[in-house]
Write a protein that binds this ligand. Structure first.
Ligand code: AVJ
Length: 330
């Protein structure tokens, strides 16, 4: 378990694999120093950001969560047979650990490893899960999975990963390849990956999902600035920014920005940044893939597509991929 320290937090084991102090200030300065200012989407997820995201998943406009949840519920048995029982099951970006509940009885993992960057949310969710599933062995790992991470070793046997919610869509294609290759290493030969991927569709449906009428997505986007203020001694005024989300059809992605509504300066961790009225900070991509496009991506990472489930309306897909052992990973 190399760098992992295991503490007993109620009925769960806890692994601290995240070293935020090293990276947050450097990443924020790097992003704000660019001509197109940019901040990474993982900065959405402080405690409040995780709660706002959970509220997004319940919005009428935000179809991905309920569509994926329906697929997991309907096909849990088949998913369980493909993943096999008694595996070590990692979940990337486990958040509130709600979706895994749909699979636990079918998959019956030997160990469940929720991985999330939002420490308090991770621990609270893992404890709730432990109360509801007393037979389940839980090792919660606080980790920024967008960076190389130390892989805890749980001994011999089958390893699987669960990566729901289309969070893979946050990554530009080159980074998505890197991440999937790291997941391929994580599960090893004989391992599997169950991954949720949002499908390409009509731009109006997509834009509605990221511009909800209640403004929760706007609050979620703007909360990133409050998160940075709290963590880095910065003085962003969220009132000087407005939420923007548009679908870029040629790139196949939703692009979220915070648009500056007036000319001003912001102090961040000892540096000063100028913001012109109308200028934006790019905060998130959410890539959408056809089934064929995602298969082509996965094929370059040492996984072979085995099965894909989609809803009738073609809104969302869940893929089961199996580690190729022939693998010359290209
Ligand atoms: C958690 C990355 C899958 O891209 O749809 C929701 C995040 N951003 N509304 C997504 C999000 C705005 C979400 N992912």
């Amino acid at each position: 378990m190399a760098t992992a320290t295991a503490n007993n937090k109620d009925a769960i084991q806890y692994h601290e694999l995240h070293h935020p102090a090293d990276s947050m200030a450097a990443e924020v300065h790097a992003g704000l120093g660019r001509r197109q200012k940019t901040l990474p989407p993982k900065l959405f997820y402080d405690k409040r950001g995780s709660e706002l995201f959970d509220a997004i998943t319940r919005l009428p406009e935000y179809y991905p969560t309920r569509t994926e949840t329906a697929l997991l519920g309907k096909y849990a048995g088949e998913m369980g047979r493909l993943l096999g029982r008694q595996s070590v099951l990692f979940e990337l970006g486990s958040g509130s650990s709600d979706k895994i509940r749909l699979l636990l009885d079918a998959v019956r993992p030997r160990v469940y490893v929720p991985m999330d960057i939002s420490r308090k949310h991770l621990i609270d969710s893992a404890r709730r899960l432990a109360r509801d599933y007393p037979w389940l062995v839980i090792h919660a790992a606080c980790v920024d999975y967008s960076r190389p991470w130390a892989i805890p070793d749980f001994g011999p046997g089958r390893y699987n990963a669960f990566f729901p919610g289309s969070s893979i869509g946050n990554f530009e294609p080159a980074s998505a390849l890197k991440l999937l290759r790291q997941v391929r290493q994580l599960v090893g030969d004989g391992g599997g990956l169950l991954v949720g991927v949002d499908l390409k569709k009509d731009a109006a449906i997509l834009e509605r999902a990221y511009n909800d009428a209640q403004g929760i997505t706007a609050d979620f986007n703007l909360n990133m600035l409050a998160h940075i203020n709290r963590r880095l001694d910065a003085d962003f005024d969220p009132g000087n920014f407005a939420h923007r989300a548009i679908y870029n059809a040629s790139q196949g992605r939703i692009e979220m920005h915070l648009e500056c509504t007036c000319d001003h300066r912001v102090r961040v961790d000892g540096a000063v940044y100028h913001f012109a009225s109308g200028e934006t900070i790019h905060t998130e991509y959410s890539y959408k893939y056809s089934v064929g496009e995602f298969h082509a991506l996965a094929a370059q990472t040492g996984f072979a597509p085995v099965r894909v489930w989609t809803d009738r309306a073609g809104l969302f897909s869940v893929h089961y991929l199996k580690a190729r052992t022939d693998a010359t990973v290209s």
